[in-house]
Design a protein around this ligand. Structure first.
Ligand code: GDP
Ligand code: MG
Length: 427
């Protein structure tokens, strides 16, 4: 697709310094924990707004407990941060601007919570890191990409999200919208291609769900163990061993995949096994792919054909091929043995080919959030109803030419009603 140089962001254009506070919540006083919400060695807490100076005067202390002047500047300062507890917290302060302060402190959850509570008492409203990103990035697609990158499990998924962060999706949307407005026939093709990437995009930060179904004793649990590379599920010659759903997340060809082992499908007599069968069927309904496993050493039955009709899109595995074949003609599928390690790679290959038949080349635009997916689908709808202008407008709303800072839900900016931190018993 042709580029529209003046509407596109240049991927290599210098980005604003993330801590220079260019795109911030003007006039508001906010506190954001920038490090991951779990215990760590160090936490970074960002205070922002006109109240920064007052907070510093109130809480920054020297080693000997004297109050400290911390003017804005490039040099970090080691201080004690008096948050109202028995001992001030040792912290490194970085104040790149008048109204901006980063507190680098110990990463224990209680420490972080106490500092945030103290900030709330000082009048700072808490922003989640996702909200903060929206201000930071301005471009909503870049903000969403950074949020998704924090959840991603594989390098391959991260590379695709990084492409979107650097403008692949934004450019494609701008190109398609411009082509739609011109009445260019290439637009429909571009839009369809974008729509075809939605299933992949939505799975970058959420694994594909693959449900393993089949008659009892076919080797389903043995297969999930072989594919996961460790003994995740119980394996036993007694049919009906697996009753609950058992899942394992694996990575195949760089894609995150959740495998779900299930109870064997049969008319179970035992009520617990019946529950297991129902769970298996529910899981299959919500799956991205069903693997049907059959025991090749046993006769092929009419009931098996019924399963195939019920799951026509399933990937078929004829298992136990290390044993002599049972009678009956079988439908096409992979002939494997869960006991043969060499059979694992071809099974994973088949799985990946079904889930990602056409992996995107580097730099390709991929919608990766529910909002983006909905917008692309709606635009396609408009186009099919002969309304290219509405389609273009729908796409432009996703990637405005000069993105404004998003309007956050105001309630998020209200200082939480917190008691002053009475964390220690009064002396
Ligand atoms: N010979 C052979 N036995 C297998 C194979 N896969 C599973 N089994 C055995 O078949 C029995 C049932 O296996 P399991 O994985 O529990 O089946 P499930 O009920 O479908 O989960 C166990 O004794 C397994 O060791 C295979 O490929 N070859
Ligand atoms: Mg089992």
């Amino acid at each position: 697709m042709e580029m529209q140089p003046d509407t596109l962001p240049k991927p290599d254009a210098p980005r604003p310094d993330p801590i220079a506070g260019e795109n911030t919540v003007a006039g508001e006083n906010t506190v954001t924990v920038l490090t991951a919400p779990s215990a760590g060695a160090i936490a970074v807490i960002r205070l922002e707004g006109p109240l920064v100076e007052a907070a510093l005067r109130r809480r920054a202390r020297s080693r000997s407990g004297k109050s400290l002047d911390v003017p804005p500047g490039p040099r970090p300062r080691l201080v004690r941060w008096d948050f109202g507890g028995p001992e001030p917290e040792e912290a490194v302060l970085y104040r790149p601007g008048e109204t901006l302060l980063e507190i680098h402190c110990h990463g224990g959850l209680r420490v972080v919570e106490r500092l945030v509570q103290a900030a709330a008492v000082d009048g700072f409203a808490r922003l989640s890191w996702q909200q903060w990103l929206q201000y930071e990035e301005r471009d909503p697609i870049a903000a969403a990409a950074r949020a998704a990158l924090a959840q991603v499990r594989t390098r391959r998924a991260a590379e695709i999200l990084l492409d979107q962060y650097h403008g692949a999706l934004r450019s494609a949307l701008a190109d398609i919208a411009a082509a739609l407005s011109r009445g260019d026939a290439a637009a429909a093709q571009g839009l369809r291609r974008l729509a075809s990437r939605i299933p992949l995009g939505l799975h970058l930060s959420r694994p594909w769900r693959v449900v393993i179904l089949g008659p009892p004793n076919a080797g389903k649990s043995s297969l999930i163990n072989a594919l996961a590379g460790y003994d995740r599920a119980l394996v036993h010659p007694v049919p009906g061993t697996t009753r609950d759903l058992v899942s394992a997340v694996i990575v195949a060809d760089g894609w995150p995949i959740e495998l779900i082992d299930t109870a064997g499908l049969r008319q179970a007599a035992h009520p617990v096994e019946q529950l297991g069968v129902r769970k298996a069927e529910d899981a299959a309904r919500n799956a991205d792919l069903v693997i049907l496993v059959f025991d090749r050493s046993r006769p092929w039955r009419a009931g098996h054909d019924a399963l195939l009709r019920r799951y026509p899109q399933a990937l078929l595995l004829h298992n136990k091929c290390d044993l002599a074949a049972g009678p009956g003609e079988r439908p096409p599928g992979l002939y494997v043995s869960a006991h043969r390690p060499d059979d694992v790679p071809p099974i994973l290959d088949a799985l990946v080919r079904r889930l990602v038949p056409d992996p995107p080349p580097p730099g390709e635009a991929v919608p990766f959030t529910e909002d983006q997916a909905a917008a692309v689908k709606e635009a396609l709808d408009f186009l099919e109803r002969q309304n290219p202008q509405a389609a273009a407008a729908r796409l432009r709303r996703l990637a405005p030419a000069t993105p404004a800072p998003p309007a956050l839900a105001r309630p998020a900016l209200e200082p939480p009603a917190l008691e002053p931190p009475a964390l220690e018993p009064p002396a």
